[in-house]
Design a binder for this molecule. Structure first.
Ligand SMILES: Cc1cc2nc3c(=O)[nH]c(=O)nc-3n(C[C@H](O)[C@H](O)[C@H](O)COP(=O)(O)OP(=O)(O)OC[C@H]3O[C@@H](n4cnc5c(N)ncnc54)[C@H](O)[C@@H]3O)c2cc1C
Length: 293
């Protein structure tokens, strides 16, 4: 993208030069729509994610966009992922999300085999329970997560992953003076029944709060409750791009290269320690610090 100026008034750069958010550009009359699209294309935008629903009373802009973008080196890609206000995603929506993943896998030449188990792995590949042979120099086994065995030494209730059940301040509920965090903590993220996953996203915030509370308890300061109501996922799907979802029901917000640029940001910045600078370190150590705004 070529500029950081706002293409039109009701728009803003979420990530300057990379991710632009703005009001629906399908204006009426057509001349107004063309003008708005012209400004967005001139700003270097190549992927348009339309969050409106086809039934919304709006003027479609995809055909005009596709025709106009032919004048640019990289024709614009248009994709709709409708988000209905205050709605719970339907089965159909979830099917759509899965279809996107399948599309990406197919495009990357990945074949999915279900209902069969790995029976043997050797230097040249895998043999499945049904006798299928898959030749490969590299085999990656992803068989779920478990808490570190040390967690078993902490008294009190443990969940099925071996994590220690924590209270709102991340105390191990039955072991006075012990705080639990990250992959060994079973902690509620909100009041809706959701629990932290064994993930970087949760480990970062859990670590902040547990560390703060351990110090606060020692010096007699009030403790800080752990809360992390926003949950996102960003699934890398190789050359196809990525899928970025929000909410525990995983509503798709971004796909392909747009989501992939977020994934790069996550892997190179968000999950990295802060710069070796006192102010930067204290800023992200704040127990209120939110990783995904
Ligand atoms: C292959 C893989 C891929 C993953 N991909 C993702 C992903 O894409 N997105 C995501 O959100 N999460 C991902 N995760 C999960 C994520 O990495 C963890 O949830 C997160 O790192 C947990 O943080 P933690 O601080 O609790 O534990 P860790 O990061 O595991 O840190 C624990 C530390 O304790 C040290 N340790 C262990 N035993 C002892 C001991 N006896 N004494 C002293 N130190 C000890 C370990 O060496 C380690 O440094 C992935 C995990 C794996 C394994």
């Amino acid at each position: 993208m070529t500029t950081n100026a706002r293409p039109y008034a009701n728009s803003y750069w979420v990530e300057p030069g990379r991710l632009l958010a703005g009001e629906y550009p399908g204006d009426w009359p057509a001349s107004a729509m063309r003008q708005k699209l012209q400004l967005v294309l001139a700003a270097g935008v190549t992927f348009f994610l339309d969050l409106t629903h086809p039934n919304d009373p709006l003027q479609p802009y995809a055909p005009v966009l596709q025709q106009m973008s032919k004048a640019y080196a990289r024709p614009a890609v248009y994709q709709r992922m409708a988000i209905v206000d205050l709605n719970v995603p339907s089965v159909a929506q979830m099917v759509q999300t899965l279809a996107l993943i399948e599309e990406a896998l197919a495009e990357c030449g990945v074949e999915v085999i279900t209902g069969d188990g790995a029976a043997a792995v050797d230097a040249q590949g895998v043999t499945t329970a049904s006798g299928l042979r898959i030749e490969s120099n590299t085999v990656i086994w992803t068989a779920g997560a478990r808490a570190h065995p040390l967690a078993a030494q902490i008294a009190g209730e443990h969940d099925r992953l071996g994590r220690v059940v924590a209270d709102a301040f991340l105390h191990a509920t039955a072991a006075p003076g012990i705080f639990v965090t990250g992959d060994v903590a079973h902690a509620a993220t909100d009041d809706a029944g959701n629990v932290a996953a064994m993930s970087c996203q949760h480990a970062l915030s859990l670590g902040r709060v547990a560390g703060y509370n351990a110090a606060a308890e020692l010096v007699g300061l009030p403790l800080h409750p752990y809360r992390q109501p926003k949950y996102v996922t960003c699934l890398d799907l190789g050359p196809w791009g990525a899928i970025f979802t929000e909410g525990w029901d995983r509503q798709v917000q971004m796909t392909r290269e747009v989501a992939k640029s977020v994934k790069r940001e996550i892997n190179t910045k968000w999950i990295y320690p802060p710069a070796p600078d006192r102010t930067a370190a204290f800023a992200v150590a704040n127990p209120d610090y939110v990783i995904v705004p």
